[in-house]
Design a protein around this ligand. Structure first.
Ligand SMILES: Cc1cc2nc3c(=O)[nH]c(=O)nc-3n(C[C@H](O)[C@H](O)[C@H](O)COP(=O)(O)OP(=O)(O)OC[C@H]3O[C@@H](n4cnc5c(N)ncnc54)[C@H](O)[C@@H]3O)c2cc1C
Length: 487
């Protein structure tokens, strides 16, 4: 069989040129390459990208489009259904091959399997590659041949194989476009940007696209990685990489992040080695979340531990007002409100604060974790189905290897421990700026003259939070005791 002249590279969440195995295979094997983006959010239902993700996607596609055009083969944008659109393009271009990199969410997996089968039945070369993970979810198994449910043994197995990973692939230097001229959509026609411009706070912080992913990685490995272990839990310290949206949209491969972290640590002081390995281990949590979702696809909506199906959450009509207060960052609990306002303003929230906010919602407010997961899904620029599901189930206590349900974060103590000088909290809650450190994380305990001097009136949520932390803790433990007694 002769090699077809033209290959289509179907881009999804692998929006980069370097270490992009589908693009690499196409350029190595075929004379002409057509980079394609198909817009088909309905195929990802019920977890089609949320508003913040769509914002990111718009800018990432714009950046990639410019870079592909500079290489010689512009990005073609069309609408789905994906299979139909691919078949039409095969007819228009005479392409004999379609390549893509794998996604692991249940809806995308089912779609991609069907597309591969249909294209192969049409006589085409249809091939998918791993670009998103260090290891495929099916490669790692327990001694008994089962998928993992606990992180430590999973990571022990995964980590031992890291030295055998192939080196990252180079970016193509030139692309030859298909021989036919093709009509596509303008990016703006996808209407990915918000109609109400709530995204002003995103622009100063984020520049979607591969070049900025690289810049962030370089900055992180030149400095913050050395203090990752000691400061990664402090939201004011800027000690984490901020790479999560870039990794999610595939603007950077985890393999490139791994290599850069290890090289930087080797070149720097020995003290950095352990800190860099700690960062690599967090990439391991990302891997673990994909492993879990692949093997337990129901965990996007249902608890991993079945006994939690009977958990006595409050009813929607009882919790609606509290959920709205939590979403808007108006719970009256400073570290929680700071986190939720950071999320709304920037599309991102620090990991420690994500855990504190999720704990307040699921434990103190007894609101189902799925409500929080949906809010994060819509507002996070790094919203990732495997990681978001794992994060929520972990905090709610119903997931694989989760925090035990009875261990309930005290947001006041968490705030005092991880934001002791209040730099993070004061930044996001300027109305508390004048409160002395002693009361910053517990304003309701401040004597009235101190509250008055700080400008906190009696009608402020900071005079009386929406939930009593002690009583709600007892209520959560009692709810947990009920499912424990039943199961
Ligand atoms: C309730 C909840 C929801 C979450 N939802 C998401 C989500 O939708 N998308 C997302 O990318 N992360 C999610 N996380 C995990 C974590 O909070 C973010 O990955 C992290 O804050 C991103 O910041 P960073 O890139 O600076 O991380 P770094 O500390 O620099 O870590 C490097 C990378 O490792 C991965 N990572 C780090 N911590 C975790 C973790 N605990 N679980 C899984 N992967 C991790 C991320 O890809 C991250 O970019 C969630 C955590 C919780 C508690």
């Amino acid at each position: 069989m002769t090699t077809p002249d033209t290959a289509i590279v179907w881009l999804r969440r692998d929006l980069r040129l370097a270490d992009q195995p589908a693009l690499h295979a196409a350029t190595q094997r075929h004379a002409r390459v057509l980079p394609l983006y198909l817009h088909a959010p309905e195929e990802e239902a019920p977890w089609a990208p949320g508003a913040a993700s769509r914002w990111w996607l718009h800018h990432s596609l714009s950046c990639l489009g410019e870079r592909l055009a500079a290489l010689g083969s512009p990005l073609l944008i069309r609408r789905g259904p994906s299979l139909e659109a691919l078949r039409t393009l095969v007819r228009e271009t005479g392409a004999g091959a379609v390549y893509w990199t794998r996604l692991y969410e249940p809806a995308a997996l089912a779609r991609d399997r069907a597309v591969k089968e249909a294209l192969r039945a049409d006589g085409l070369l249809a091939e998918s590659f791993n670009a998103a993970l260090l290891h495929e979810p099916w490669e790692l198994k327990t001694g008994a041949g089962e998928p993992y449910r606990v992180f430590t043994p999973f990571w022990r197995n995964a980590e031992a194989r890291l030295d055998h990973l192939p080196a990252p692939l180079p970016a193509p230097e030139h692309l030859r476009p298909p021989a036919t001229s093709l009509r596509g959509l303008a990016l703006a026609e996808l209407e990915l940007l918000p109609r109400i411009p709530w995204d002003q706070g995103f622009h100063p912080l984020w520049t979607p696209g591969e070049p900025d992913a690289r810049r962030r990685l370089e900055q992180f490995t030149a400095d913050a990685i050395g203090r990752y272990t000691t400061q990664r839990d402090q939201p004011a310290a800027s000690a984490t990489s901020g790479l999560s949206p870039h990794l999610h949209f595939g603007e950077l491969s985890p393999r490139s992040a791994l290599v850069a972290a290890r090289e930087a640590a080797r070149a720097a002081s020995p003290g950095w080695l352990a800190s860099a390995e700690h960062f690599v281990r967090e990439l391991g949590w990302r891997e673990f979340s994909h492993h879990l979702l692949f093997h337990y696809p129901h965990t996007t909506d249902a608890p991993m531990h079945e006994r939690f199906a009977a958990f006595p959450w409050r009813a929607p009509e009882d919790y609606a007002a509290d959920l709205a207060a939590w979403q808007r960052g108006r719970t009256g609990i400073p570290i929680v409100d700071a986190g939720l306002r950071e999320l709304w303003d920037t599309g991102w929230m620090h990991n420690r604060v994500r855990m504190i906010c999720a704990s307040l919602l699921t434990k103190n407010l007894l609101i189902p974790w799925q409500e929080g997961a949906r809010w994060f899904w819509d507002t996070l620029v790094d919203a990732s189905l495997p990681q978001n599901s794992l994060g929520w189930q972990w905090t709610a206590g119903c997931g694989a290897d989760a925090a035990p349900y009875f261990r309930i974060f005290n947001p006041v103590l968490q705030g005092e421990k991880f934001d002791p000088e209040g730099n993070y909290t004061r930044h996001w809650l300027p109305e508390l700026a004048k409160l002395p450190d002693k009361f910053l994380h517990r304003p309701w305990e401040a004597p009235s003259e101190i509250r008055r001097a700080a400008g906190i009136g009696l009608d402020s949520v900071y005079a009386k939070p929406i939930v009593d932390l002690g009583r709600s803790r007892d209520r959560a433990l009692a709810a947990y005791a009920r499912i424990k007694a039943v199961n």
